[in-house]
Every structure is written in structure tokens, then in C-alpha cells.
Design a protein around this ligand. Structure first.
Ligand code: ZX8
Length: 440
């Protein structure tokens, strides 16, 4: 499993889930994938992009909502109601870039089968001919690349409730693998669309979801060969039913075991949903400090964070989600050097703690970076960093935000003394790695 340097150095990407589901924008903020009882998941799905499915489960709150608020109208009415009248891709990408994102992955076709480009086989059921009346993928790819970021394409190969089998998924035990379409006709349909995405937009990341139809598995070696020939620095994720993976993924708290891989990426929403969910309040969203700590935790363990935004149907980003990205941007402005082009510090050489105080580490060739937060008042601004003897030179301690810091060597590490280490936003202290000790 290898990835091009740009991907492992990127550390942070922004995911975009935008579709007809952004019109109702309605789900129950039940909880995080991996932490919700599977018995509950489908009828109380917190993923607002699953609205088509959830709203067809009799008796579910979404079913009632769709009946009472939307009169049980056909789902495709939402495609026509989706106007994207305020969509300004350059504005989105500027915010993502300031937040430190190095790549952007956008849904090109989610489980509802609605394509955000003039996809082959879709007739007029796409955003070029209906709703926004725009090639949203071209708009986003152009804006992303104009800002110097990489562009990735999300494609729901494993589920398509329109072109594939339309089974409503009520409970995973009752449906053979989610009622996924496996037949040859759908496999040809999906293959044609992914090849079209490659040829039109040359996505830097090919981000498939759920899996790939059984009848199409034999097509994949040629598809990947075509992809890499077209995009030599391209990267393929792991959701192709085992056919291939340049890196592994986890999602919220699901499949965290994949984070032991050499190259991995955790994806999640800023809240509990990928599509915009009007029912989410501050209590459901990461705040800026939590988002920064998530990014630091993922990077300290050698992964990338793909953090999702769910735009509104009008093309604006929800204010609460903008605020989180603005918060990440202001922290990253002073701390980028400790995040990008770094790698994990050998855990044997430095102890990263969970709990209080909150401590994580990264390193580059010459320095180690300690990320400190939640230092209790009782500690009077002092933190013991348990490091290998002689690994770091305490005399070289510098706080990246320029505030004063003192570091003293003690038998089992270094004691750092500095003000405001108790804040939720991590403080970063840089140390020179002494040449006397190899830490890799
Ligand atoms: C990014 C999200 N993916 C959801 C589907 N998730 C999966 O199929 C899945 C999750 C997952 C985690 C580790 C390895 C493989 C995995 O597959 C999908 O149902 C959501 O709507 C959203 O698009």
C-alpha cells in the first residue's frame, strides 16, 4: 500500500455532501456511526443524505416528517427544488484553504443516484438538466484547482436507489448486504460513469463508497489501470469490496482498526450527518477546539482527516459549519509547521496520553512538536512530557504561538511550564531532536 507524497503530506481534506437531500435537510441527530445501536440506525438514521431511505420506513420520524411537511411528495421533486442560487465555489474553497485543507472530495453521485454532472446513462436526472442547472463537479474541480488544492471524486458505487435495486433498507439483518445492486446492467452503468468522471475531471482521489457490484468486479483492474494512466499521482480508497486500496478509511467511530494501516483517512461530518441536517444544534457539532484536536490526534497517528461540510440547498455553507472551519483556520495560521510534512513521533520515545492533560506528538527531521491542552489548574501551568532520556533538548523549547515557555529536563522526561496550557485549543511546543538519539 503506497500513496504519492502529496496525499501523506496533505493531512487535512474537506469532504462535501451536497444533493437533493440538502432540500429537506432532515434527520434525527441520533449519534455517531459506530456508537448507535444497529437496531436503531436505519429507522433513525442521523445521515440526512439518507432521507430517501429513512423517509420510507413506516413509523419512523422521517416518514412522519415527509408525510406531514412534504405531503409524501416524490423524492425527485427535491432535485427540481434544489436551486443552488447562492452557490459561489470560490468562496467555499477559499475558506477550506484558509482552514488548511490540501484536498477536497465532493459527492458526484450519492446513494440517491442523482449525478452532479452530465453523467452518462442519467438522461436528464442530473444537476446539469434539472435543479441547479449546473455542472457542479466542473465548478468545484475548477475552483479547487485554481486555489492550488487537489480535487477528489466521491462515487456511490455500491448503492444506487434509482438505477440499482430500490429496496428500502429497514434493518441490515433483513436485507442481503443492504439490498445493493449487483447485476451486470448496473455494473456497466456504474463503470461507464466512473470512467467518465476520470476522463472529464481527472480526480486526484477516487473515493468510492459502500463497495462495487459483483458483476463489475472483473472490470476494476482495467478501471484502475486507466485511472493511474490518466492521473499518475491519483489515489484510490478502500471501499471497492477488496479489489484494491492505496489507503484505508474509517468513518466516525466505525472501522477504527483501519487506522493501524500505513496510510489511512478518517472521515466524519462536523456534526452527526454528512448532508446538511437542519435538526443539528451546537450540541451535535464539533466546536473549533474539538475539530483541531481531532485533526491533531489523527495526524499524530499518521492519518489524514477528511472533515465534511454539508452545504444548504441554496449553495451557502451553514453558519455553524463555517465557524468551525474559521476556528481551525485561525489555529492553523500559527501551527501549520507542526502539522504538515510531519510524521508520528515514535511512541516508544514519547508518551502520548489520553485524558488530562491532553498530549499528542508529531515530528519532522529536526524537531519534535508537543501538542498540549486541558492542563488542570492544580498543575499551575506545568506538564510532564514523558520522553526518552536525551531525546529532546529542553533548551530549544519554543511555543509556536510566540508565548513564553520554560522546559527543564527531569529523570523521566521534560517538565514544561507555560501559561494557559489548560485551554481546549492545543498549545504547541517545539523541541530540537538531539542527534544523540534515533527516534524512528
Ligand atoms: C461517507 C459516508 N459513507 C457512508 C457509507 N459508509 C460505508 O459504506 C462505509 C463505512 C466504512 C468504514 C470503514 C471501511 C469501509 C466503510 O464503508 C454513506 O452511507 C454516507 O451517506 C456517507 O456518504
Amino acid at each position: 500500500m503506497t500513496v504519492p507524497g502529496w496525499f501523506s503530506e496533505a493531512k487535512f481534506g474537506v469532504f462535501i455532501h451536497w444533493g437533493p437531500y440538502s432540500v429537506p435537510a432532515w434527520a434525527e441527530p441520533t449519534g455517531e456511526l459506530g456508537a448507535v445501536d444497529p437496531e436503531m440506525w436505519f429507522a433513525h438514521n442521523p445521515y440526512a443524505e439518507w432521507y430517501w431511505n429513512t423517509s420510507q420506513i413506516e413509523g419512523s420520524p422521517a416518514y412522519e416528517h415527509h408525510r406531514t411537511v412534504h405531503g409524501g411528495r416524490p423524492y425527485d421533486d427535491f432535485l427540481d427544488a434544489w436551486q443552488a442560487e447562492s452557490f459561489d465555489p470560490a468562496d467555499w474553497i477559499e475558506l477550506f484553504a484558509r482552514a488548511g485543507a490540501r484536498y477536497v472530495v465532493a459527492t458526484t453521485k450519492h446513494h440517491d443516484g442523482v449525478a452532479l454532472w452530465d453523467a452518462p446513462g442519467t438522461g436528464t436526472r442530473n444537476t446539469v438538466h434539472r435543479g441547479p442547472h449546473r455542472d457542479l463537479i466542473a465548478d468545484l474541480a475548477t475552483a479547487v484547482r485554481a486555489r492550488g488544492l487537489r480535487f477528489g471524486a466521491y462515487y456511490s458505487g455500491g448503492l444506487d436507489w434509482y438505477a440499482g435495486r430500490r429496496a428500502v433498507i429497514r434493518h441490515e439483518d433483513l436485507i442481503d448486504d443492504y439490498g445493493r445492486p449487483h447485476e451486470a446492467a448496473y455494473a456497466a452503468y456504474a463503470l461507464r460513469q466512473v470512467r467518465d468522471l476520470i476522463d472529464r475531471y481527472r480526480p486526484d482521489v477516487l473515493w468510492n463508497d459502500i463497495g462495487w457490484p459483483d458483476a463489475g468486479m472483473a472490470d476494476l483492474p482495467d478501471l484502475f489501470a486507466h485511472y493511474y494512466a490518466t492521473v499518475p499521482e491519483g489515489v484510490v480508497n478502500d471501499r471497492w469490496d477488496g479489489a484494491h486500496a492505496d489507503y484505508l478509511t474509517s468513518e466516525y467511530q466505525a472501522n477504527r482498526q483501519n487506522e493501524a494501516a500505513a496510510h489511512w483517512e478518517n472521515c466524519r461530518g462536523i456534526g452527526l450527518s454528512f448532508g446538511f441536517n437542519r435538526n443539528e444544534g451546537p450540541e451535535h457539532l464539533l466546536d473549533p477546539a474539538a475539530a483541531v484536536r481531532l485533526l491533531v490526534d489523527v495526524v499524530s497517528r499518521g492519518g489524514n482527516l477528511l472533515l465534511n461540510v454539508g452545504p444548504k440547498a441554496d449553495g451557502t455553507l451553514p453558519g455553524e459549519q463555517r465557524a468551525v472551519l474559521e476556528g481551525i483556520a485561525s489555529w492553523t495560521a500559527a501551527h501549520a509547521g507542526a502539522v504538515y510534512a510531519t510524521r508520528p513521533l515514535d511512541p516508544g520515545a514519547a508518551m502520548s496520553h489520553d485524558g488530562t492533560p491532553w498530549i499528542r506528538w508529531t515530528r519532522d527531521d529536526d524537531h519534535a512538536y508537543a501538542f498540549l491542552a486541558d492542563v488542570p489548574d492544580s498543575a499551575r501551568g506545568q506538564v510532564l512530557l514523558k520522553t526518552g532520556p536525551g531525546m529532546l533538548d529542553p533548551a530549544t523549547a519554543v511555543r509556536l504561538d510566540g508565548r513564553p515557555v520554560r522546559a527543564d529536563a527531569v529523570p523521566d522526561g521534560i517538565v514544561v511550564t507555560s501559561a494557559e496550557l489548560g485551554a481546549p485549543l492545543p498549545t504547541v511546543v517545539r523541541f530540537a531532536l538531539t542527534t544523540s538519539r534515533s527516534v524512528d
